[in-house]
Design a protein around this ligand. Sequence first.
Ligand code: MTE
Ligand code: MO
Length: 240
Amino acid sequence: MAEEVNSESSINRRNLLRLSGYSLGGMLVGGSVLTLAESLAGKATEPLNQKMEELLLKPQTPVPEFSVSQVEPNALIVNTYDFTPAINLNDFRLVVDGEVNNPLSLDLTAIQKMPRKSMVIRHVCVEGWAAIVQWAGVPLRELIQLAQPKPGVKYAYFISADRYYESWDLASCLHPQTMLAYEKNGAPLPIDHGAPLRLASPIKLGYKLSKWVIQVTLVSNLLPRRGFWEDQSYEWFAGL
Ligand SMILES: Nc1nc2c(c(=O)[nH]1)N[C@H]1C(S)=C(S)[C@@H](COP(=O)(O)O)O[C@H]1N2
Ligand SMILES: [Mo]
């Protein structure tokens, strides 16, 4: 049973990679992938699409945060459906691609040089537990803005190194408290919790918050496969 699910999700991953125009090998070395500098240069000349601009200039209401003293240091239960992937940090690149003018392939140093946000929020798992956690990382909106989505982009797919996959609506991606986190409770993000990069956000249930994110693909339409748990009947929007 578990194997069947895995082979389905790996088919999905291949579809996504094909959709984004890269094979897995090509994705990491990146034939047409721009450097951070090249995309920043492009940014000055290419206007953002209007829906994006609206969401960036009029961000949704922030969710109230907790204070650092309210952090529950041991309450975040490791919840991994299958296995913890081995990621070589020297080779690691986060790819942002799909319907964008400036596909990105960024190493961790480049990501940690981007604007950094820290927040204390509650993580809620549908299995009946919650934890107040401090996360720090790069707001996802910064990465999306840099990649310059084409007009018509409405969703993002998140591909993880353990074959987990998720899709989100663009507004939730551009929410000011949605981030790719690289720190948890003031320390580097532990491997079990998704290092080097995992989604963190106070507006989505735990299963939307992908760990070990390696690729963000911006698209105008959802594929038949929407998310690891969603494809097994969990709700897609999963807002908090
Ligand atoms: N790649 C990946 N991301 C994942 C999962 C997973 O199994 N694989 N589990 C999800 C679920 S159900 C929850 S509640 C949170 C748990 O995060 P944690 O293990 O850091 O507590 O991760 C989510 N993201
Ligand atoms: Mo969960």
